[in-house]
Ligand binder design. Sequence first.
Ligand code: DAH
Length: 335
Amino acid sequence: MSSSLKELFSEELKSANDVESINILRVKYLGRKGLITESLKSLASLSLNERPKAGKALNELKVFIEETLRDKELLFSQKVLESRLSRESLDITVCGKYIASGKTHPINQVLSEIIDIFEVMGFEVEEGPEVETDYYNFEALNIPKDHPARDMQDTFYISDDIVLRTQTSPVQIRTMEKNRPPLRFISPGKVYRCDSDVSHTPMFHQVEGLMVDTNINFGHLKGVIETFLKEFFGQKVGIRFRPSFFPFTEPSVEVDISCIICESKGCRICKETGWLEVLGAGMVHPKVFENVSYDSTIYTGFAFGMGVERLTMLKYSINDIRLFFENDLRFLRQF
Ligand code: DAH
């Protein structure tokens, strides 16, 4: 009985060539209803004389089948592993795949840089709406309806009373209305003017600044502006303050830096003067304080405003403001 079983097993083993077929054989011979198991049960029908010999032979065959199947299984699973290893081997010398990643727009990079510089000097960041009322954009800043200063700013009107803000200065008013002095903040954001050429776009960015407290004087204004410009353009930059006019400051100044394009020798960009205008500033006009119910006999302050595109163009020698908004990746990738 066991010798014919052994022959059958050996025959079937020849065509088993993977782990799967080994498992099938294991069930067929060693399973609960397998051939070996059934044969062992049928030993009971043999005579007492025959039983020990047949039992011994069957048990030996059982051990033989178990070991053979275990060896074969090990062999096949090793082969599977080897072929996977050779197929899936990792070549760590192959170059990585390039994953295109986005970048911060140069204007936003410069905005972050400006904010960082002012934050070190203790300035907070305030924001205001881009769709603004005539009152906040003009009136409260001491620019009444028929004031000629309105002509300086080509306003987009939404209605008689609503405009796209032409400057970030209205944030001065909104922030002073909500807070009492001392105040020290900047306000970065988008502004809009109906204008378009190599140095003007209908939308651009400004950073406003305001500091109010008792005993704030022009020296504080000068110190803060000079510190900022030297941090931004480099310690060697020349700086000069020129008298100017803004309705919301008195006295008012415009601030120039030495031309960084020609190193003050005179070029087209600085119109042969060696100087470049970079921002407007001044001591807050008492009328503005009156509009937000601050007592101008107790409090004084200074304000300033600058164009971010202009600062960026000067810093990186860019000659056309429209490049910032054309989304040409060849331009943007340089920053
Ligand atoms: N708002 C002015 C403009 O858009 C810039 C400016 C000048 C802001 C002087 C100020 C300032 O706060 O004091 O031209």
